[in-house]
Write a protein that binds this ligand. Sequence first.
Ligand code: SAM
Length: 271
Amino acid sequence: MSRKRMPSAPPAANLELAAGGAACAAPSLQAEKPALGRAPGTLYLVSTPIGNLEDISLRALRVLRQVRLVAAEDARITRKLLDHFAIPTQVLTYRLHSRCNQTEELLACLRAGQEIALVSDAGTPAIADPGSRLIAAAIAQGVPVVPIPGPVAAISALVVSGLPTGRFAFDGFPPRPRADRQAFFASLARETRTILLYEKASCLHATLEDLLSALGPDRALAIARDLTKPGETIYRGTLGQAIPPFRRRKPRGEFVLVIAGSPTPDAPSPE
Ligand code: SAM
């Protein structure tokens, strides 16, 4: 991105802002008609901290300050972040699954030359978070898309795990339906790369039990809890060792599981 200030934005998109409100019901984004020959604006994919606010980059702060609009997973959460850094930029909740056609409206603003930053509640947008549809649509329409790199919980967990980092497979959250889970964990048994999973505290124990059934007690893993937060803890051991403590105590916090790959691709499931 050029270091010069962005050209002053066209008279604004009319926005439904923050406050968890009815972004769909109210007047939403209204892009100007693009002037003849005007270049489209840029969609910035801005990574934000996963806990420790010091992890935001100088470039992320500059872009968040300069853009016309921040499209956020939850405007209330992002408003707090921007307020912490005294950034007055307007924030809109980007509702991926809503009926209103926000993707089209955001694209119209971009085509009209406006600069927009896409952020998620934490970490990198579109990584187990909304955003990929807007990104693909922007690319398809010739809108420049620029990443502003920063924290990803899975990558921090991988590097701190002590497990091989050369080849890894990120699988996001395990599926919830029972039948899908069986197929999912069975496929992990054949995975030779280091496996990265996200999991909620309420599902952690069930997922560890399913991993134990599929991969056996001796498989090495690391469990990264609340990375970059005051309670950050990294458990390193085997699946067999990891389960009892979580049986005894209800887990709290945010978790990434890093699991050693299978030594052989055809490793049979222990069941
Ligand atoms: N976009 C985010 C990223 O770049 O990592 C991920 C968002 S996903 C909806 C949220 C999940 O990421 C959590 O349930 C947890 O598995 C993981 N996560 C996020 N922050 C974390 C942290 N500080 N420590 C451990 N895991 C975290």
